[in-house]
Design a binder for this molecule. Structure first.
Ligand SMILES: O=CC(=O)O
Length: 308
């Protein structure tokens, strides 16, 4: 706010600690030259039309941009700014946290400690899985997927495989990571992490059949987008113990209603979409958003822009 105000811009803001209601967004966006938005704001044709032809830039405080209608942005000649790289470490750390939490039954353990279910030490109580000698499957081997793989290798992961749009050059050398089919990834991995963008190819890719194809000891972790999982399929797979557990930082919808069946499952740990929530990442993301807006309003090319 300070940086934009110092430049003399008129700021129209939603003052509350919540998303701007849709009607307010459609009203307040009128005449704007730049929009700073969050991943929870749907920036679709209606918003572009409501804003008007002077709109130069939409700057999202996120690395994901599935909430923005890129085709309409292109038609309107609007630049799109986002915040890649700076949240890679934070999100990879949280992915590891969820993988460990799901693999080591953390939800049941915390509850037991807090509620008196914790009795004496028992040799077979709350046993989970360790990483040594295991296979990690990454769906979406971009910046975050690679950072997760290198972290989990330090925990003893032996084989890294990945699936995505294409094989990535250099990953065999840097991470000894191998490009495989989705079917091979789901059927042979012990830990499966989703770090991909939500696209038509990845929507609902983790459905009941995919979970059924996984090993019984598989741990599934999603820090990408809720939309890559068919959630009913995941509930069924966890209820039927087709896989050992899941860790989710993203769901569909968000927030997930507190009476959702996923919350009732001991083998599912859920966090409220906090992958990039470190002070360091969020401060830098905020600055990048402003850098993008300032450049666009000066008709310069934006420093963190999407090429689309
Ligand atoms: O999900 C978080 C982001 O896209 O930045």
């Amino acid at each position: 706010m300070r940086r934009l105000e110092q430049q003399g811009f008129e700021l129209v803001q939603w003052p509350k600690d919540s998303s701007m209601p849709r009607e307010t967004l459609l009203k307040d966006v009128r005449g704007a030259e730049g929009i700073i938005c969050m991943l929870s704001d749907k920036i679709d044709k209606q918003v572009f039309d409501a804003a008007g032809p002077q709109l130069k830039v939409v700057s999202t405080m996120s690395v994901g941009y599935d909430h923005i209608d890129l085709r309409t942005a292109k038609e309107h000649g609007v630049k799109i700014g986002y915040t890649p790289d700076v949240l890679t470490d934070a999100t990879a750390d949280l992915t590891v946290l969820l993988t460990l939490a799901a693999a080591r039954q953390m939800k049941s353990g915390v509850r037991a400690a807090e509620t008196g279910e914790w009795r004496e030490w028992r040799p077979d109580w709350l046993c989970g899985y360790q990483f040594k000698g295991k296979t990690l499957g990454v769906v979406g081997m971009g910046r975050i997927g690679q950072a997760v793989a290198s972290r989990l290798k330090a925990f003893g992961i032996d084989r890294v495989i990945y699936w995505g749009r294409n094989e990535k050059p250099g990953l065999k050398e840097s991470l000894n990571a191998h490009f495989v089919t989705f079917d091979e990834l789901t059927s042979t991995s012990d830990f499966i992490v989703a770090c991909c963008a939500l696209t038509p190819e990845t929507k609902d890719v983790f459905n009941y059949d995919a979970f059924k194809n996984m090993k019984k000891n598989a741990i599934f972790v999603n820090t990408a987008r809720g939309g890559v999982v068919d959630q009913d399929g995941l509930v069924k797979a966890l209820q039927e113990n087709l896989i050992a557990g899941a860790g989710l930082d993203v769901t569909n919808p968000e927030p997930l209603p507190t009476d959702h069946p996923l919350f009732k499952l001991d083998n599912c740990v859920i966090l409220p979409h906090i992958g990039s929530a470190t002070i360091e990442a969020r401060e830098t993301m905020g600055d990048m958003c402003v850098d993008n807006v300032l450049a666009a309003l000066k008709n310069e090319s934006i420093p963190f822009g999407l090429k689309y």
